[in-house]
Design a protein. Structure first.
Length: 182
C-alpha cells in the first residue's frame, strides 16, 4: 500500500471553510444528489494521547520550569476528504502553538511531529515525520502557525475511508514521553 503525504505550506482554511459552508447549504436546502449511492466516509482524525504536547529542555539533567527552552502543543485539528479514482485524499490542518521558555537562547523553536494512518484494527500502515520551525518575534513568548498536510490512501474495491484513522502527534523522545505522562 502506497500512501502519499504532502505538506502544502499554504493556508487553505478559507477555501475549506467556504466549501464546507456551500456543501452544508446544499444539504440544508435539499439540493443534494438523490442517487442511491453508499455514503463515502472520511477517515477519523485525532491527536494521539500523550503526544499532543512537547517540552524541550536545555542540556543537562535539569527538568524544572527554569530549564525549559521551548514548549509546544497541537491545537484544533480539522480534516476534510474527497474521493479520487480509487483513493481517498484527506486534507488535515492543525495549529502548532509554542511558548519560549526561560532557558531558550534563540528565537526559533524546532518541533518534530508525525502524521500516521492506521487501519480498522489499529495497525499503523504508514507514518511520516515532519519538522516545523516557529519563529518568535522580539519580546514575544508565544507564537504559532497552521500546519496543513495532504494524505492520500489507496482503497480496495467497495472500501471507503471510514476504515482508517489519521493520527497526529509530536515525535517524542522516551524522556519527553515520561515527562508528558507525569
Amino acid at each position: 500500500m502506497t500512501l502519499f503525504f504532502k505538506n502544502s505550506g499554504f493556508l487553505r482554511v478559507a477555501t475549506l471553510a467556504l466549501a464546507t459552508g456551500i456543501l452544508a447549504s446544499c444539504s440544508a436546502l435539499g439540493l443534494e444528489d438523490d442517487k442511491d449511492e453508499k455514503a463515502q466516509l472520511c477517515p477519523a482524525a485525532s491527536i494521539l494521547g500523550n503526544a499532543e504536547r512537547v517540552a524541550q529542555f536545555k542540556q543537562g539533567n535539569g527538568r524544572d520550569l527554569i530549564d525549559v527552552t521551548f514548549q509546544a502543543e497541537i491545537g484544533k485539528l480539522s480534516m476534510t476528504c474527497r474521493y479520487l479514482k480509487g483513493r481517498v485524499v484527506s486534507d488535515i490542518s492543525f495549529e502548532l502553538i509554542s511558548e519560549r521558555g526561560p532557558a531558550a537562547r534563540n528565537r526559533t523553536g524546532i518541533f518534530d511531529y508525525f502524521v500516521a494512518i492506521s487501519d480498522g484494527q489499529g495497525r499503523v500502515l504508514k507514518k511520516e515525520l515532519f519538522q516545523s520551525k516557529i519563529a518568535f518575534a522580539e519580546n514575544k513568548r508565544r507564537a504559532g502557525h497552521l500546519e496543513e498536510i495532504e494524505l492520500s490512501v489507496p482503497l480496495r474495491k467497495n472500501e471507503d475511508g471510514g476504515n482508517y484513522e489519521v493520527l497526529v502527534g509530536f515525535q517524542l523522545t522516551e524522556d519527553q514521553l515520561k515527562f508528558n505522562r507525569r
